[in-house]
Design a protein around this ligand. Structure first.
Ligand code: AMP
Ligand code: FE
Ligand code: FE
Ligand code: ZN
Length: 276
């Protein structure tokens, strides 16, 4: 049965608890899921615990935001050791960067004549390592925009007037962090970044796979990235990028699921690397 390898919880910018995610995954008939929160591993333990009771495999994961080639590239990590000190240290720094970034986004909005209280953004997130979806939510609540789409399109899209970049991590640094934590690094939703020219550099940094199957890819994009996976000898992964309801992206968990065959290939590669 299939696997959904791209899922966010409320520990980053999703709206569901790890336990809710596990029960939705069981309802969807999945046998494995990966928790891939932005810049945090805080949801993994609870997901593992719930997964054990429910008989669902939980792959410990992460999604790291990086910038290169004037684009935002998201690097997914699978089978990471969530207690790896190097990883935890880097995540702490990135999370602090996220907090500072919210203040900067609110400053930029103020320059545009829009008053937004950063504390309200943190309150809606439920934590300090907030993200743009929480900014959008606070903007809607304050009546500054009518929906997520407007918030992103007019203000906080990459290169929008209130966009502030993340703590700068290069794709190669993200890949190295993931590898040092025993994980497999995968280029997430490559069509969203639209930055194929980055692939050779990512591969020389140790990229293991590419997320060809993604809820936001159309069939020709999927084919294109399956072709690049073949060309470069990369593993193929897939996932929905589920964020729950009311997080700005209405996708069902398991809407995009990876076949058993591809899931086995990914797991076997992890096992092979960790045996030698
Ligand atoms: P951040 O990591 O804070 O820069 O926020 C990035 C997150 O914002 C992504 O992972 C998505 O969850 C969300 N996002 C990006 N673009 C959009 C959009 N156009 N509409 C709704 N959500 C978006
Ligand atoms: Fe997100
Ligand atoms: Fe992403
Ligand atoms: Zn994601």
């Amino acid at each position: 049965m299939p696997a959904d390898l791209h899922i966010h919880t409320a520990f980053s910018d999703g709206t569901c608890s790890p336990e809710e995610i596990v029960s939705l995954a069981k309802e969807a008939g999945l046998t494995a899921i990966a928790i891939t929160d932005h810049d945090t591993v805080a949801g993994i333990d609870r997901a593992k615990q719930a997964g054990r009771s429910a008989g669902l495999e939980i792959v410990p994961g992460i999604e790291l935001t990086t910038e290169d080639f004037e684009a935002e590239l998201h690097i997914l990590g699978y089978f990471i050791d969530r207690r790896d000190p190097g990883l935890l240290q880097a995540l702490m720094q990135i999370q602090q960067g996220r907090e500072k970034r919210i203040f900067k986004i609110c400053d930029k909005l103020a320059e545009l004549g829009l008053e937004l209280d950063p504390e309200r953004v943190f309150a809606l997130a439920g934590h300090r390592a907030a993200g743009r979806p929480h900014v959008a939510k606070a903007m809607i609540e304050a009546g500054l925009v009518k929906d997520f789409k407007e918030a992103f399109r007019k203000y906080i899209n990459f290169r929008g007037p209130a966009y502030v970049s993340h703590y700068k991590l290069s794709p190669a640094e993200a890949i190295k962090l993931i590898r040092a934590a025993g994980g497999l690094a995968v280029f997430g939703h490559p069509a969203v970044s639209n930055c194929d020219q980055a692939l050779p550099e990512l591969i020389s940094a140790g990229l293991a796979g590419i997320e060809a199957y993604y809820s936001g890819h159309n069939s020709s994009q999927t084919r294109h990235y399956l072709g690049l996976a073949e060309k470069y000898g990369l593993l193929v992964t897939g996932g929905s990028d589920f964020h729950g309801t009311g997080a700005g992206r209405e996708i069902k968990l398991g809407e995009l699921a990876l076949s058993d065959e591809l899931m086995d290939k990914l797991r076997n590669e992890y096992l092979r690397r960790n045996q030698s």
